[in-house]
Design a protein around this ligand. Structure first.
Ligand code: ADP
Ligand code: MG
Length: 246
């Protein structure tokens, strides 16, 4: 698996949110995407998933051009993401949220699907396994709105994994989480990698990024200013000044 961004740009009026970014994420790696606030990280994820169409450039997965594919087609190709602002169905249970994620994301179908699920239409073994993996099995039948913040973040990631992705895009999965939750998250990201899933990790918690990524790209004002191993990035002068200047 190889996810490649080729000269990718996204302009919003005069704002170059993403500006001619090229990079390749290799099969099986945990790739970090960092940069100051507003540097284009979330927009990059939105371009990979198809939430936005790029102004220029291409998104390639294993040589297939995803650039004009709809979001659901990219999901079928194995691309999944979490949102920086958690998106769950608060009135559905934890298990139902995962079941809906496996069977179609659309809001208007979610309630219909969940009623069928509740009626015993499907008792997915996969779902329980995923809940166990996400340390949410004891919360299986609890409404998502009743979860703690850390649990919601775990469910958000489980929701993305429910589509059985080959590449998982995590947009600030530790934001607002405690250090302890951050450590749990690191373990789970490694476990996801252990299942053969390639990970793109956007994260502000530097300890987390430097500790678990194989390689990192740094954005500043939409452009890529550096790429390398965590050690290389930490001693890169352009990266230091981008962070100090922000
Ligand atoms: P990051 O995730 O690195 O904090 P974003 O990708 O969210 O940055 O934003 C990059 C830039 O693009 C910012 O200047 C932001 O205001 C702008 N931007 C992002 N999304 C939109 C949008 N939908 N419309 C207009 N401007 C946007
Ligand atoms: Mg963002």
């Amino acid at each position: 698996m190889m996810l490649t961004l080729e000269n990718l740009s996204k302009h919003f009026g005069g704002v170059r949110a993403v500006d001619d970014v090229s990079l390749t994420i290799r099969e099986g790696e945990i790739f970090g995407l960092i940069g100051p606030n507003g540097s284009g990280k979330s927009t990059t994820v939105n371009l990979i998933t198809g939430l936005y169409a790029p102004t220029t450039g291409r998104v390639m997965l294993d040589g297939y051009d995803l650039t004009t594919m709809a979001q659901h087609e990219r999901t079928a190709m194995g691309v999944a993401r979490t949102f920086q602002n958690i998106r769950l169905f608060g009135n559905l249970t934890v298990a139902e949220n995962l079941w809906v994620a496996q069977n179609g994301h659309e809001q208007r179908r979610a309630h219909f699907l969940s009623r069928w699920f509740r009626a015993g239409g499907e008792r997915g073994a996969d779902i329980d396994e995923l809940l166990e993996f996400s340390r949410l099995l004891s919360k299986r039948d609890v409404p998502a709105s009743a979860l703690s913040f850390g649990e919601m973040r775990r469910l958000e990631m489980a929701r993305a994994l429910a589509s059985n992705p080959r590449v998982l895009l995590l947009d600030e999965p530790a934001a607002g989480a405690s250090l302890e939750d951050g450590q749990l998250l690191a373990e789970r990201i490694r476990a996801v990698q252990g299942r053969g899933v390639t990970v793109l990790l956007i994260e502000h918690m530097m300890e987390l990024v430097m500790g678990i990524t194989d390689r990192i790209a740094v954005l500043n004002f939409g452009g890529k200013i550096a790429e390398g191993t965590p050690a290389e990035i930490q001693r890169n002068d352009d990266v230091r000044s981008a962070y100090l200047g922000s």
